[in-house]
Design a protein around this ligand. Structure first.
Ligand code: UFG
Length: 330
């Protein structure tokens, strides 16, 4: 297959590109490198620097790369906290970017897209585990833009026959098994990278946000899913569309929840390092428990997470962080 990956220099995008190439596919990447890293671009991929909001830039790639089988779309901003203080940045990049993309795809006759959605489309869960049919009431602007992207794809499918698969990730984590690419955000806000930075002395401690949640140890519970398993799900979703499958929405998680304290304890065991903890107040907008039901992806896409134990997830992340203490800048 020849796949155009938008945002292929980002965290989940770069891991998906690696997996596509490992499986013998041809990959074209389009990325504005605003949050992505040129060092994360697979050497065998064809790379174009460009911004989705610029119609001429995406058009010129599709004019040149005429035989694209499908698109995987990761090109978006994805920080919940930032989206609450800069909502228009999220509407601009996530929604305007996707609108321009869809116009260009329709004009070029490309009719299959797999794209990143999020558990944040659900908002406060009604029950656990969360099903795809559960109500979608986002409590932050990031989730709201992803929900709107899903609807934009839905109506484009109705009008133009462009089929899509939306993948709602829970907590993406871990790194490529080789340790050569991994998670590198600036600033970093995600739990596992911050814990590992505390383990290696890049930061003094990990702040635990809230110890009074209605959970067994009082800290939030999340469903941590390895980035390579997410990558595999994207490839299976592309195959689903290539085989004539209908547009659909799937959760991607392990179906098992771990508390913040459990993640820290596992990181201590895996790294053998002291990890200093400071207990702080709750962070605004954090639901107590988020756990996915991914039965639908397993049944309909044949997805089977491989790196599904927390120690394995943290081991792969540690391989990356311990060799790249300052991310791609070293
Ligand atoms: N946490 C801490 N200290 C930190 C960082 C995080 O205690 O320094 C806690 C958070 O309060 C939360 C848990 O660790 O309970 C996980 O936090 P992350 O920031 O790593 O991830 P989130 O669950 O907030 O967000 C993730 C994705 C989002 C997505 C969201 C869906 O990163 O993109 O899940 O709800 F939108």
């Amino acid at each position: 297959m020849k796949i155009l990956v938008l945002g292929g220099a980002g965290y989940i995008g770069s891991h998906t590109v690696y997996r596509l190439i490992e499986e013998g596919n041809e990959v074209v990447i389009f990325d504005n490198l605003e949050t992505g890293h040129i060092e994360a671009v697979h050497p065998q991929a064809v790379f174009y620097k460009g911004d989705l909001r610029n119609r001429a830039e995406i058009d010129s790639v599709l004019d040149k790369e005429t035989d694209i089988d499908a698109v995987i779309h990761f090109a978006a901003n994805s920080l919940v906290g930032e989206s609450m203080v800069k909502p228009l940045k999220y509407y601009d990049n996530n929604l305007c970017g996707t609108k321009v993309l869809l116009e260009s795809l329709v004009a070029h006759g490309v009719d299959k897209v797999v794209f990143s959605s999020t558990a944040a489309t659900y908002g406060e869960p009604q029950h656990t585990p969360i099903l795809e049919t559960d109500p979608s009431n986002p409590t932050n602007c990031y989730g709201e833009t992803k929900k709107a992207m899903e609807r934009m794809f839905y109506w484009t499918n109705v009008a133009h026959g462009l089929r899509f698969v939306s993948l709602r990730y829970f907590n993406a984590c871990g790194a490529h098994i080789s340790g050569s690419i991994g998670e590198a955000h600036n600033p970093e806000t995600h739990l596992i990278p911050i814990i590992l930075q505390a383990a290696q002395g890049v930061r003094d401690h990990i702040s635990v946000f809230g110890t009074d949640y209605p959970t067994p140890d009082g800290t939030c519970i999340r469903d941590y899913i390895h980035v390579t398993d997410l990558a595999q799900a994207h490839i299976l979703a592309v195959k689903h569309l290539m085989n004539g499958g209908e547009s659909d929405i799937f959760n991607l998680g392990n179906g098992v929840g771990f508390s913040v304290k459990e993640v820290i304890e596992t990181a201590r065991e895996v790294t053998g390092k002291e990890i200093k903890v400071v207990y702080e107040d709750r962070r605004a907008g954090d639901p107590a428990v988020l756990i996915a039901s991914s039965d639908k992806a397993k049944e309909k896409l044949g997805w089977k997470p491989e790196f599904d134990s927390l120690p394995t997830i943290i081991e792969t992340a540690w391989r990356w962080h311990s060799t790249h203490p300052h991310g791609y800048s070293e």
